[in-house]
Write a protein that binds this ligand. Structure first.
Ligand code: PLP
Length: 472
């Protein structure tokens, strides 16, 4: 260490001085005093190390008192900034797991705000004036919309599967086809979930072919359940065979065993009417006689994260009585948003216009193109130099472990920056106040119009203006 460094160390502001200045500036009230003190200490310490070691090969002199106060103010500003932020999903992946899957409808949002921010009859029977059940509020809706005898909602579909397995088959065996032993992103693997549920897995068939005979031969006195799992995030093509649900249900009847079908993404409307690939609706699965059906609230249903369990009354009663149900129970915010979502389904046209997931899935190619043209016009009128815009065709995807392999025609607004690389532009778009998450294709950035709503154009136009008007 040389003399200059020693001098700079002596010149470093004292923590008390710094605190006094920040208090004078009114900054101190924005965080608890011990935290402020710690921020001051850590910031001064960092500067002390900087003086001793230099930074980036250069020597680093002592900062001024006001300079340090400014630095701490910025840190406090950052602490007060929300980290969980809305983004524009321009990826074309409709149920994007990393971007929060399904956006809620205006009705669901209203329910969420009103019930979340006030007192409610969550567990209160308003007619009798006595304790009620939180599940009662949406049980009827679920029964009416799906034809199921009984319904229960939990935290998410992973919880629904765990709870159903544990309630119906703990200590015994469940028979599953080898072709359906899936992993859903994260740690959700069917064999492991079964183990946690206290159920022994009895695999039958092969990866590509399983026959009814395979299930029948696996049944023994230890068998508690026949299980079918929707292979929701991949597709096996070629020489394949799976047992139709109806046949499995018939076998269940014959052997006096319940059939559990994990649908993953439960769809309440007929998607093939809108040109999408055929998915059995929840209603059809229930009508097939399936004893218990599980699916997510935030995949094709288009509501909040939740797990929905439908089925026969006697079985649902066992599931409801399981102490695990209390640990996995749905909270009031989710319940409120789910009710708002389900009410929309009473009128399918309403559901298609209010639920963004359904809208994005069912809109025609032309409707999407019209939106693309509108955005293109706005962008071209915004007077940005340094970037060219055009419109082209492409494909979007359902994502979120739904409709695997399905390519959905879409329109893409393409941005070709002149003096920035496309990867740099993509990064700048992510760094905006309202980040825009886009696709890169060579020199171009693609904004997929299937997942962008017209209300979001303003964020795209303003975001791009802030990038290109300042760069020239
Ligand atoms: C997505 C999925 C799950 C898990 O559902 P979450 O709502 O994400 O908990 C379980 N099973 C299948 C078949 C799925 O597709």
């Amino acid at each position: 260490m040389d003399d200059r460094q020693r001098l700079w160390l002596q010149q470093l502001p004292k923590i008390d001085e710094l605190m006094l200045l920040l208090e004078g500036q009114g900054v101190a009230d924005r965080v608890p005093k011990p935290l402020l003190k710690e921020l001051c200490r850590a910031t001064v310490e960092k500067r002390r190390q900087g003086i001793i070691a230099g930074s980036g090969g250069k020597e680093e002199p002592a900062p001024s008192l006001t300079g340090l106060a400014g630095e701490i103010t910025r840190q406090i500003d950052r602490l007060h900034t929300r980290r969980l932020r809305r983004v524009v999903n321009a990826t074309g992946v409709i149920l994007h797991t990393n971007l929060g899957r399904a956006p809620l409808s205006p009705a669901a949002r209203e329910c969420l705000l009103e019930i979340g921010c006030g007192y409610s009859n969550l567990e209160f029977d308003l007619v009798r004036g006595t304790r009620g059940l939180r599940y009662d509020h949406i049980e009827e809706l679920l029964r009416l919309l799906t034809g199921a005898e009984d319904a229960l909602v939990v935290n998410n579909n992973a919880a629904a599967v765990l709870l159903a397995l544990n309630s119906l088959a703990q200590g015994g065996e469940a028979v599953v086809s080898r072709g359906e032993l899936i992993e859903i992103g994260g740690e959700f693997r069917i064999p492991e979930v079964m183990e946690k549920g206290g159920v022994r897995l009895r695999e039958v068939g092969t990866t590509n072919r399983t026959r009814l005979r395979d299930y029948r031969e696996a049944v023994n006195p230890e068998t508690r359940l026949l299980m079918k799992i929707h292979t929701s995030n991949f597709k096996i093509v070629g020489f394949t065979e799976e047992v139709p649900l109806r046949d499995l249900v018939a076998l269940g009847r014959e052997c006096d065993l319940p059939v559990l079908n994990d649908l993953g993404s439960g769809c309440l409307i007929d998607l093939d009417r809108y040109g999408r690939q055929r998915e059995p609706t929840v209603e059809e699965v229930v009508a097939a006689g399936t004893d218990v059906v599980t699916f997510s609230g935030d995949k094709l249903l288009g509501g909040p994260q939740a797990g929905i369990i439908l089925g026969k009354k006697t079985l649902l009663e066992r599931i409801k009585r399981n102490p695990l149900n209390r640990a996995l129970r749905i909270d009031k915010l989710t319940l409120a948003a789910l009710e708002g979502t389900l009410i929309a389904y009473l009128n399918p046209r309403q559901a298609r216009s209010d639920l963004r997931v359904l809208k994005a899935l069912t809109e025609t190619r032309d409707e999407v193109r019209v939106r693309g043209k509108k955005l293109l016009r706005k962008l071209r009128a915004a007077g940005m130099k340094g970037v060219d815009f055009s419109l082209r065709e492409g494909t979007a995807a359902a994502g979120g472990g739904s409709l695997p392999g399905q390519e959905i025609p879409t329109s893409l607004v393409s941005l070709t920056p002149r003096s920035l690389s496309s990867s740099r532009l993509e990064e700048r778009l992510r760094g905006l106040k309202i980040p825009i998450i886009a696709r890169i294709d060579g020199d171009e950035i693609l904004l997929d119009m299937r997942t962008v709503a017209e209300e979001e154009f303003v964020f795209i136009v303003n975001g791009l203006r802030s990038i290109f008007l300042q760069d020239g």
